[in-house]
Design a protein around this ligand. Structure first.
Ligand SMILES: [Zn+2]
Length: 246
């Protein structure tokens, strides 16, 4: 099994050991600050099956540190990261920074397209803005991480060739629309992730999340798809291998 999107912290050793002991053999580590990148490089030396992705999170686009984007470009060119992101649009926390979010989103799209890397896209309360933006600036290999959009957006995204990545939220009782979307997403466009340390799945809802909880999300998606767990596991791993060139 693979966790295709999480944020490892200083306790990465214990967190990864617990994940490996549960059969989660790959953990994709998303680095959104220069300090994450520093730690991520240390992690991947120790644990080659925890590769890095780097990008500027839309919630930090207005306060980005000097040379941060240039550092991401360098890492991408040197093939030290397996994808770009997370980047995107977020109108949940503030509506004041949409223009600067778009500016960075566009830079990340161009970088990912130029180097033929996958792009991890974050979107919160901005799915219509996202659709409009992406129609203007097409993305070659896009992953809608922690997908939480309505079914119309899911339809559009799948038609546009995006991969939908479901988090622990899909296990929540009230996530009816998301469950419906997860039940019909084609296996070739499906991923799962924890987005740890946030959004722990049931039965750990509200607690600190970690990659060892991936099996709970895979089991839920398998039940929704009415397919054996192994079929879902294999499809997800195949997609991840293709997207991140593992
Ligand atoms: Zn994330």
């Amino acid at each position: 099994m693979i966790d295709t999107h999480c944020h490892l912290g200083d306790d990465y050793k214990e967190v990864l050991q617990r994940a490996f002991s549960k059969g989660v053999h790959h953990v994709i580590n998303i680095c959104i600050h220069p300090s994450d990148i520093e730690r991520g490089q240390k992690i991947v030396k120790e644990f080659p099956s925890a590769p890095m992705v780097a990008g500027i999170h839309p919630c930090h686009a207005h306060e980005v540190e000097a040379n941060h984007f240039e550092q991401i470009v360098r890492l991408a060119e040197e093939k030290k990261i397996v994808a770009i992101g997370e980047t995107g649009l977020d109108l949940h926390h503030s509506k004041d920074h949409l223009e600067i979010q778009k500016e960075f989103f566009k830079k990340h799209i161009e970088l990912a397209n130029d180097l033929d890397l996958a792009l991890s896209i974050h979107c919160r309360n901005a799915y219509n803005e996202l659709k409009e933006f992406v129609e203007k600036y097409p993305i070659k290999r896009g992953i809608l991480h922690c997908f939480a959009g309505p079914k119309e957006i899911a339809r559009w995204a799948l038609d546009a060739g995006f991969t939908l990545s479901f988090s622990g939220v899909v296990t929540f009782k009230n996530a009816i629309e998301m469950q419906m979307i997860a039940s019909t997403t084609p296996l070739s466009q499906l991923l799962v992730e924890t987005d740890a340390p946030w959004l722990a799945p049931e039965p750990f809802r509200g607690k600190t999340n970690e990659p060892s909880y991936i099996p709970y999300i895979v089991d839920k998606v398998a039940a929704l798809q009415k397919k054996p767990v192994q079929v879902i596991q294999e499809a997800i791993y195949r997609n991840a291998q293709e997207l991140f060139r593992l």
